[in-house]
Design a protein around this ligand. Structure first.
Ligand code: SF4
Length: 484
């Protein structure tokens, strides 16, 4: 059988060094005549592969020798002395993700429609992105060189998709042989070198659930605190996942899993002092069970994986409502609120951070009663958001509506907000109310205004008769006050 190379597809030529994309005016780099388009190839004789290498090799060095390739083919050798901590003023190209060599049963790439945006087919497995952004790797195709790099450059924590500690089960899920699936040696190296690990388990009914899940969690917890946490998220199958070996997640399955994991969580809290194993929010929602308390989640170690997001959101929103309530009691007739007051009353993560400089005064009284608009979100989050928004409406007199948008593009079990597409939003266009629409920020590609189905954000906006704003659930109220 044909086996993928470690990096099976390359869309960009790999040139030596790291490309400089911007140089800050009046910076050290400008003084040295370093310009966008140059490539830094070596620092003090050591090869530079990407901006992480550059940062690592220049950190705390005051005397440096840079080898730079100019676009015209010239090679410059620069000897530099700089103040301690003095910044070069350089921006670099993004890291091109290295791809995996697995064939996971549940891989999201297999659940894409054939015409999905090309980037949705990128199977990234990159220890650098794991460190920088919390992307998960399986470690199965990580080379010795990359292992050394994690340790040498302290790329900690690493986020690792373990799925199962039973080797046969892991190999089956990853679609590789047991030799490749076995990461026990790699995990040991990382842990022995004090690299922290956050583990992930994509829970597939009848494969790695029940006793298998218990074994996996116990095996992982044995390495606490070096393995810091384990997130258990349910497999999400689109209508394109037709592999008969996979079983869809049902409410009954979720209820059973919550009961089983709760027993272990109690045990971990007793023995380790922390919950350690966290179930994804989706499991509680599907099971129609309450989301655990703030205390359960500790420092929210895997919130980006949809673990504790709902608790974090509802707690922040409730704080906001409490402060509004106090305000309304002290102001007899109407609720008026200032941005400064919002900032003062909130801890985090609802802090107001305007993305662009706003010409309006920072403190401005706005009457909530004039605010009318619709929030579009996924079917999973809609009831939670609606409950909070209705409280806000009752308290402040605003007329906000929450509309659950079915995901018809991916279909299947996909109900999360972040996977909604342009055509899903268009399908509910006639149901919106008010003067503006809010969509989840996560549906827009971070480096390009385009949605998951390839629709340009501007084209979507053009088809609505009211403005569309994109924002995270956490930023909701603060952002509305700035934008409306
Ligand atoms: S799920 Fe991740 S590791 Fe598995 S095949 Fe897809 S991209 Fe690779």
């Amino acid at each position: 059988m044909y086996e993928f190379a470690v990096t099976p597809a390359i869309t960009q030529l790999r040139r030596p060094g790291v490309l400089i994309t911007e140089v800050a005016p009046d910076s050290l780099a400008t003084e040295l005549e370093i310009a966008p388009g140059d490539r830094i190839v070596r620092v003090n004789g050591r090869v530079v592969r990407d901006y992480l290498d550059f940062r690592f090799q220049t950190a705390s060095e005051t005397e440096l020798e840079l080898q730079i390739k100019k676009p015209n083919g010239e090679t410059w050798q620069l000897e530099i002395e700089r103040e301690e901590g003095e910044d070069f003023g350089l921006m670099f190209e993004q890291i091109v993700p290295r791809q995996c060599a697995n064939e996971c049963l549940f891989c999201f790439c297999k659940g894409n429609p054939a015409d999905a945006r090309p980037s949705l087919f990128v199977r990234d497995e990159d220890i650098r992105l794991s460190f920088l952004y919390g992307n998960y790797t399986t470690l199965s195709s990580i080379t010795d060189d990359e292992m050394r790099r994690i340790v040498e450059q302290r790329l900690s924590p690493q986020y690792v998709s373990v799925h199962a500690t039973d080797l046969k089960t892991r190999a089956f899920l990853l679609g590789v042989d047991e030799r490749r699936a076995d990461i026990s040696g790699k995990l040991k190296t990382l842990l022995d070198n004090d690299i922290e690990i956050h583990a992930q388990i994509v829970l597939c009914p009848e494969i790695n659930d029940g006793k298998q899940l218990e074994k996996t969690l116990r095996d992982l917890a044995a390495h606490y605190p070096r393995i810091v946490s384990a997130a258990i998220v349910p497999v999400a199958l689109t209508r394109y996942n037709t592999d008969e070996r996979l079983t869809r997640v049902t409410p009954e399955f979720c209820r059973r899993t919550v009961a089983e994991v709760e027993r272990l969580q109690k045990e971990f809290r007793r023995n380790l002092g922390v919950t350690f194993a966290f179930l994804g929010d989706e499991i509680y929602v599907k099971a129609v069970l309450p989301i655990p308390s703030r205390k359960h989640y500790g420092s929210y170690p895997q919130i980006e994986d949809g673990v504790g997001m709902i608790r974090s959101f509802t707690n922040s929103f409730e704080k906001l409502l409490n402060s509004l309530e106090k305000k309304s009691k002290s102001s007899a007739a109407k609720v008026e609120i200032s941005l400064e007051e919002f900032e003062n009353t909130r801890t985090n993560p609802l802090a107001i951070v305007p993305k662009t400089k706003d010409p309006r005064p920072h403190t401005a009284d706005r009457n909530f009663k004039s605010l009318r608009g619709t929030f579009l979100t996924g079917e999973m989050f809609a009831p939670i958001l609606r409950e909070q928004i209705e409280k806000l409406n009752a308290l402040a007199g605003s007329q906000f509506h929450v509309l659950a948008v079915p995901n018809t593009y991916f279909g299947g079990d996909v109900a999360v907000a972040g996977l909604l597409t342009g055509q899903d939003f268009l399908a509910v266009k006639d149901k919106i109310k008010g003067d503006f629409v809010v969509i989840p920020k996560a549906v827009i590609k971070s480096d390009e205004p385009i949605l998951l189905d390839g629709m340009k954000y501007d084209d979507l906006k053009a088809q609505f008769s009211v403005p569309i704003y994109d924002m995270d659930a956490q930023d909701l109220v603060g952002e509305i006050l700035w934008k409306v």
